[in-house]
Design a protein. Structure first.
Length: 298
C-alpha cells in the first residue's frame, strides 16, 4: 500500500532527474461489452495485456504507475466485483508508487470503498511528490447520470484542487478520469452525438480556476477512448487511448498504454500499441508562458 499526502508536498530540488509515469486507462475488463458489443473484441486477452503493461512499467523503471480508471465494464455487483478482482493482482505487484483513479464504470455497481479494498489503495484525491513537480490525482464524482446525459458538476471538489495547486509553486501534472478540456468530439465513436458524455458540465469554470493559479503544466485523462492533445492557456490537456478500444484501429485492438517522461524543462508523452502517439514539449507552469486572452470583436 502506498502513502501520499493530501495536504502538501515537501520540496526537494537538490537533485534533478527524469521522472517516468507509466499510464493505462479504460481497460474495461469483463464480459464482451454490453454497451458497444460490436466494438470490443471479446477474444482479447485483457488480463494478460494488463500484466504485460505492469511488466513494462516495472522493468522500465517507472516511478509511478498511473491508472486513469474504467478498469471494468459494469453489469451487476457480483460480476463487477469478479472483474475487478481479476485485475487487482497485476496492479498490486507493481513495486513502486501506484496511483489509481475511479472511472464511471467502476462505480456503477461498486462503491469507492469496495474498489479501494479490491485494489488495496486509496482512491481519494491526493498529491504525489515527484521532486521537480507534483502529480495531483483529482477525484471528482464520476457517477454518470444516463437519464440526464451528463456527469454531476465538480463544484464540491474544485476547492480542494485549487488549494492543492496554490500551496506549492512547482509545476503540477493533474490526472482525472474525465477530461476537462471541453474539446470537440467530432468523429468520436461514443461522443460525437453525445458530447455532454465526454466532460463535466462546469468544465469551463474548472479550467478558469485552474488556469488562474498558473501552476498546472499537464492534464491527463482517459474516458473518451482516443489520443488527443489540446493546449488551452498553456495547459497541455491529453486524453489517452483505451487499452481495449478498436474504433480507431479496427479490426485490431488498440492495446494502448503510455509513458510520460518529465525532464527539468521538457516532457515526452508516448502512447504505445496499435494507435501510437508521440509528442515532446516544454515542461513548465502555465504562467511561465503568457497567453493573451481571447479578443472580443464588436
Amino acid at each position: 500500500m502506498f502513502c501520499v499526502s493530501e495536504s502538501g508536498a515537501q520540496r526537494n530540488r537538490s537533485e534533478s532527474r527524469d521522472v517516468k509515469i507509466s499510464i493505462v486507462t479504460d481497460i474495461h475488463n469483463g464480459e464482451a461489452s454490453r454497451h458497444c458489443p460490436h466494438v470490443r473484441d471479446a477474444g482479447y486477452a485483457i488480463i494478460r495485456a494488463v500484466e504485460q503493461f505492469v511488466d513494462h512499467a516495472s522493468d522500465g523503471g517507472a516511478d509511478v504507475l498511473l491508472d486513469l480508471g474504467d478498469r471494468i465494464d459494469d453489469f451487476d455487483h457480483d460480476r463487477d466485483t469478479a472483474a475487478a478482482k481479476a485485475l487487482a493482482p497485476a496492479f498490486i505487484r507493481f513495486p513502486r508508487e501506484r496511483v489509481q483513479i475511479l472511472g464511471n464504470h467502476d462505480v456503477m455497481n461498486l462503491t469507492r470503498v469496495e474498489n479501494e479494498q479490491i485494489f488495496d489503495c486509496s482512491l481519494a484525491s491526493r498529491i504525489i511528490d515527484l521532486g521537480e513537480f507534483r502529480l495531483i490525482a483529482w477525484q471528482p464524482d464520476v457517477a454518470f447520470n444516463y437519464e440526464k446525459g451528463c456527469f454531476p458538476p465538480t463544484s464540491g471538489h474544485l476547492g480542494w484542487l485549487v488549494q492543492a495547486l496554490l500551496e506549492d509553486d512547482r509545476p503540477a501534472v493533474i490526472a482525472t478520469h474525465v477530461s476537462l478540456a471541453g474539446r470537440a468530439q467530432t468523429g468520436n465513436y461514443y461522443h460525437h452525438f453525445q458530447p455532454t458524455y465526454s466532460t463535466y458540465p462546469d468544465h469551463e469554470a474548472v479550467r478558469a480556476a485552474v488556469e488562474k493559479t498558473g501552476r498546472a503544466a499537464i492534464w491527463l485523462a482517459g474516458h473518451s477512448h482516443w489520443n488527443t492533445w489540446t493546449n488551452i492557456s498553456n495547459v497541455h490537456h491529453f486524453t489517452i487511448q483505451s487499452m481495449t478500444e478498436r474504433f480507431t484501429t479496427y479490426p485490431k485492438t488498440a492495446g494502448s498504454y503510455a509513458d510520460l517522461i518529465v525532464e527539468k524543462d521538457q516532457f515526452t508523452l508516448q502512447v504505445f500499441g496499435n494507435d501510437p502517439f508521440y509528442i515532446r514539449l516544454p515542461f513548465q507552469r502555465s504562467s511561465e508562458q503568457f497567453w493573451l486572452p481571447p479578443v472580443v470583436r464588436r
